[in-house]
Design a binder for this molecule. Structure first.
Ligand SMILES: Nc1ncnc2c1ncn2[C@@H]1O[C@H](COP(=O)(O)OP(=O)(O)OP(=O)(O)O)[C@@H](O)[C@H]1O
Ligand SMILES: [Mg+2]
Length: 515
């Protein structure tokens, strides 16, 4: 056989020796059983270890007494994934736990190189085969194998590796993992009072809301300011550390229903690549439970409390306002009040979360466990909130989302109809300046109602809806004016009749005195 002959020393030519080694290696890899292969490898490495100036570190996939998957191993896997796909010849394709995309990792015994501050590192992934059928863990995994990464580097780089390189791998790996992970939308479970063992505080689903700041209809300058603020926050780990403040930021989004508050939260989560924790305060039993929920929130997340004015009993302040509104008889307010009252009943009966409990939740000591969090409140009525709750430092940024402007309309026209300009735009601009319509209503009117997606028909729809809204607002204003003048007239009549009565009484008293 050709290579065997060369290998047994018939010639000392270097090329043929390499060919022979390659041949043996192929035989070794293909025909030697895995277990034996691993053993040979082990002893060869041990022998070489005595002679070599290189240091090796092994990172096992499962660690600790409970054999949990090592975070460091996962971080290395993510860190090496991009180099693996470029350098390794044998790769494994997989979707890692909670990952939204395919991750390529190097196959067993593949080697790739990395360089850090001029130092060269070698990474190999290996596998230990166990025939431990008694061991429940391996039995459960069903493969009886444990993987590990082995890092090799020259001993002169020992300090560089232990002090800097490993941290760098961990940080970068985490970043890549976060970029690739499937983000989640959490909601808190209703407490049934009993604290069951391993009761889950939060349930989750995958978060893939398509909202983005690009498609959000609002004033472009305001939009840019918010995007800049969010990005600055995300990049400011060191800054928060320096000034000694917990790495979190509060946002208060307020405005009428349908102006994009919830949509903006989804856009924020997509921009920052954070998870969303939608906290339903009415399902939280008391302040202690609120604290427990907070502890379970991971970093890189947005904690949302929607309709904060309805979720918490802010005592007399709101009740007084409700009474005021009753007098005004505003239909929109009445609708909102129904929403509030429904929640209030629940809160009064079930939840004992107090304002001070919520304030502690936002910026008490507990809130500093785990950084990089946004807390977002939404409300339709900003003036109903206790000033303590929304003061700067707690709610750092107050954002008003309001009725649709022409700038907002242009964003919606682009999103819904792929339209930058049209002859009806001028009319729409005029009408939007004369009446109030929420972006939700504008969007609904721009949505094509049939398969032909007739742009002209959609814009005409909107013009008609705006004109109807303008007319309705005019009639409402006239009706209110009429009601007010009737009220004034009634008051004047009551006063004048009281004056008459008083006059008559005076006349009566003076005539009695004369007599
Ligand atoms: N500013 C906006 N830009 C783009 N779309 C919007 C905007 N505002 C509302 N919409 C559209 O209207 C729908 C309702 O908006 P959203 O739920 O964000 O309103 P909201 O302000 O949270 O209302 P509520 O106070 O009732 O909770 C969204 O699905 C979105 O399609
Ligand atoms: Mg909403």
């Amino acid at each position: 056989m050709f290579p065997m002959g060369y290998a047994f020393g018939k010639t000392s030519d270097l090329g043929t020796t390499i060919a022979s080694l390659f041949f043996f290696y192929t035989i070794f890899e293909r025909y030697v059983p895995r277990r034996l292969r691993a053993r040979v490898e082990k002893y060869t490495h041990r022998l070489l270890g005595f002679l070599s100036p290189y240091i090796q570190i092994v990172f096992n996939e499962y660690t600790g007494e409970r054999l949990e998957r090592s975070r460091l191993y996962s971080a290395i896997q993510s860190y090496l994934s991009s180099d693996s796909s470029k350098q390794a010849k044998r790769l494994q394709a997989d979707t890692l736990l909670n990952s939204k995309s395919i991750v390529l990792t190097m196959d067993d015994y593949e080697e790739i190189t990395d360089s850090y501050q001029g130092a060269k590192m070698w990474w190999v992934v290996g596998r230990i085969v166990r025939n431990d059928s008694q061991n429940n863990f391996y039995h459960w995994r069903g493969d009886g194998e444990r993987r590990y990464y082995k890092l090799t580097f020259h001993k002169k780089h020992r300090e560089l590796v232990t002090d800097l390189y490993l941290n760098h791998v961990m940080e970068e790996g985490k970043k890549i993992r976060i970029q690739n992970r499937q983000r989640r939308l959490y909601t808190n479970n209703r407490s049934d009072g009993a604290s069951r063992y391993r009761e889950k505080m939060w349930s989750h689903v995958s978060f893939d809301h398509p909202a983005s700041f690009r498609t959000l209809a609002m004033d472009p300058e305001k939009k840019k300011e918010i995007v800049d603020d969010l990005i600055t926050f995300r990049e400011s780990k060191d800054y928060y550390q320096e000034i000694g403040k917990a790495w979190k930021r509060g946002y208060l989004l307020y405005g009428p229903p349908g102006t994009g508050k919830s949509t903006m939260i989804a856009a924020m989560a997509n921009l920052l690549e954070y998870d969303v924790y939608d906290l339903e305060l009415t399902s939280v039993k008391d302040n202690i439970e609120l604290r427990k929920l907070l502890i379970e929130v991971s970093s890189k997340s947005i904690i949302v409390i929607e309709d904060i004015d309805c979720s918490l009993d802010l005592t007399g302040q709101r009740k007084k306002k409700d009474e005021d509104n009753e007098e005004e008889g505003d239909q929109e307010d009445k609708n909102l009040k129904i929403k509030n009252v429904r929640k209030e009943v629940k809160v009064d009966k079930e939840s004992k979360v107090t304002l001070s409990g919520l304030l502690n939740f936002i910026d008490g000591l507990w809130s500093s466990c785990g950084g990089e969090r946004l807390i977002v409140f939404t409300t339709n009525y900003v003036d109903r909130l206790d000033p303590a709750l929304i003061r700067r430092g707690r709610m750092d940024k107050h954002v008003e989302l309001s009725y649709c402007t022409f700038e907002g309309f242009k964003v919606l026209a682009k999103n819904y109809l792929r339209l930058d300009s049209h002859k009806l735009f001028e009319t729409i601009e005029q009408l939007l300046s004369e009446t109030q319509m929420t972006p939700a209503d504008v969007a609904e009117n721009l949505t094509p109602k049939n398969a032909s997606r007739d742009v002209e028909a959609c814009l005409e729809n909107l013009v008609e809806a705006l004109e109807t809204a303008k007319q309705a607002a005019k009639s409402k204003a006239e009706e209110e004016k009429r009601k007010r003048s009737i009220k004034v007239e009634n008051k004047q009549r009551q006063t004048s009749s009281k004056d008459e009565e008083a006059k008559e009484e005076l006349v009566g008293q003076s005539s009695t005195l004369k007599n």
